[in-house]
Write a protein that binds this ligand. Structure first.
Ligand code: 5AD
Ligand code: SF4
Length: 467
């Protein structure tokens, strides 16, 4: 067993799946008598849990580890570990790169963390790398969140078998596995007992979920909607090739419990590039899929992921991406410059695009999106939306919650409303966040929204999407 009263600091970068993994790490380490601390200076154990989907987070890990040099000199008992997708991807390289790192662990080794840490503290422990995939073991994890709050994420699949040629996920998260439906149901019921009102089902490709009992994703969604008292159910990420009519029907049938929001990455508007990306659909098929979804769920709100500057992308092909944004009407886009990732096919393509061209295309894409987004959000001005209140900001006196369409709404109200669904009239709709006024309670302070909100909006619109 570990000594009592040790302190752990975990630094997390990347997608929601990484955030969930960090919660799992904290929970497991708490059972081994580690308490979480807010700064690395206070810690006996530092863990960096980082995503590697795009290049920057890898660099961040390297530079963050460097900042711990002084701490390690001052406290030889300090242990530093690197986990998550970066651990899985880099393995021994991390140890070669920095003597400050004591242990490295992969995405399938999180449950081994307490024993790895114990080993790392043994005399003459040496460096440790634990990054094997557990291909054969079933995916039986229970959601571990320390303070579940009002809304939480529930993993239903892990890994991915799609092998899009740009994407490192199949190599960092391994083969796709689904949790049994009965386990997910039990897990969600436990979370509800802890106060959860909303869940987001999480996986790299939730639409290809398949329980060992034969249930598919639509079946899971419907069972959760019909058999639990959840107020809201969301899911991410969907893959266009697997999003079918049955799922759209289930979403529509179970509104408003199942939210009217779909994140459906299209990545490129050019069929030739989509083929090179190995996405499994053409431009036309994506457009048809959106038409099917809209015909079934008339009020649906859409968001997407886009990559610009994929190898070989011509100016004309890039313009096809812009035209998708202009014609489909995504309310939110998450757009990235293509970044070559280790092990992936596209990294070896010889027609890589110049960084300057990628920068310029990304800027043009955002500019085109901005025009569309400003126009699209206008319809929300003056609308009354049902907001499930998630948190209260003591400093600003603001409540924050989301609408069914996944809009972040900030408004003045009492802390006691956290966890309730209230009606809010939208007074200002920005593309990423809305301001509003409570309409269902007496203590509305009309117009009393602080200027601090603007700052929040800037921060939030700069957030990157999660897988
Ligand atoms: N380069 C740039 N963007 C990428 N994404 C995934 N891999 C890469 C890469 N190599 C983007 C995709 C995906 C989102 C989560 O990240 O758009 O949908
Ligand atoms: Fe899988 Fe999504 Fe990566 Fe494609 S982009 S390989 S679907 S995780």
């Amino acid at each position: 067993m570990q000594d009592t009263n040790k302190r752990v600091y975990i630094s997390t970068y990347g997608c929601q799946m990484n955030v969930n993994d960090t919660e799992r790490m904290f929970s497991l380490l708490e059972m081994a008598n580690y308490s979480p601390v807010a700064t690395p200076e206070q810690a006996d154990l530092i863990i960096i849990n980082a995503c590697s989907i795009r290049e920057k987070p890898v660099h961040k890990v390297y530079s963050e580890v460097g900042t711990f040099r002084l701490l390690k000199e001052r406290n030889p008992q300090l242990r530093i570990g690197v986990g998550g997708c970066v651990g899985q991807q880099e393995k021994e390289n991390l140890l070669k790169w920095s003597p400050l790192i004591d242990f490295v662990f992969g995405t399938d080794s999180i449950d081994l963390l307490p024993s790895l840490v114990e080993k790392a503290y043994e005399d003459n422990a040496g460096k440790i790398v634990e990054a094997k995939f557990q291909h054969r073991s079933p995916y039986h994890i229970e959601t571990m969140v320390r303070k579940p709050g009002v809304a939480t994420f529930v993993n239903i699949t892990k890994g991915c078998d799609n092998f899009c040629t740009f994407c490192v996920v199949p190599y960092t998260r391994g083969r796709e596995k689904s949790r049994p439906l009965s386990h997910v149901m039990e897990d969600v019921k436990r979370l509800i007992q802890r106060g959860i009102k909303e869940i987001t089902l999480l996986g790299q490709n939730v639409n290809s979920y398949e329980s060992e009992c034969g249930a598919d994703f639509s079946d899971l969604l419907e069972r959760l909607a019909l058999e639990t008292p959840l107020e809201r159910i969301r899911f991410t990420t969907s893959h266009p090739k697997d999003f079918n009519q049955k799922l759209a029907n289930v979403m529509f049938r179970n509104q408003p419990k199942v939210c009217e929001y779909i994140h459906l990455p299209f990545q490129s508007g050019s069929t030739r590039i989509l083929e090179r990306m190995n996405r499994g659909y053409t431009r036309e098929e994506y457009i048809e899929k959106i038409a099917m979804i809209r015909a079934t769920i008339p009020n649906v709100v859409l968001s997407t992921d886009i990559i610009v500057g994929f190898p070989g992308e011509t100016e004309e092909e890039f313009l096809e991406t812009i035209s998708m944004v202009q014609t489909i009407g995504f309310e939110t886009i998450f757009a990235f410059k293509y970044s070559p990732r280790p092990f992936t096919k596209a990294a070896k393509f010889t027609d890589q695009i110049d960084e300057v061209v990628k920068d310029e295309r990304l800027a043009r894409l955002f500019k085109a999106y901005d025009v569309v987004a400003q126009e699209m959000v206008k319809r929300y001005d003056g609308q009354i939306l049902d907001i499930l209140v998630e948190d209260y900001d003591e400093k600003r006196g603001n409540l924050h919650g989301r609408s069914s369409q996944n809009k972040n709404v900030y408004f003045i109200g009492d802390k006691s409303l956290v966890g309730q669904t209230v009606q809010v009239k939208i007074t200002k709709a920005f593309p990423a966040t809305f301001r509003g006024e409570l309409v269902t309670h007496d203590f509305v302070t009309a117009g009393a929204v602080t200027t601090g909100l603007m700052a929040q909006e800037m921060e939030i619109s700069g957030l990157e999407n999660s897988l």
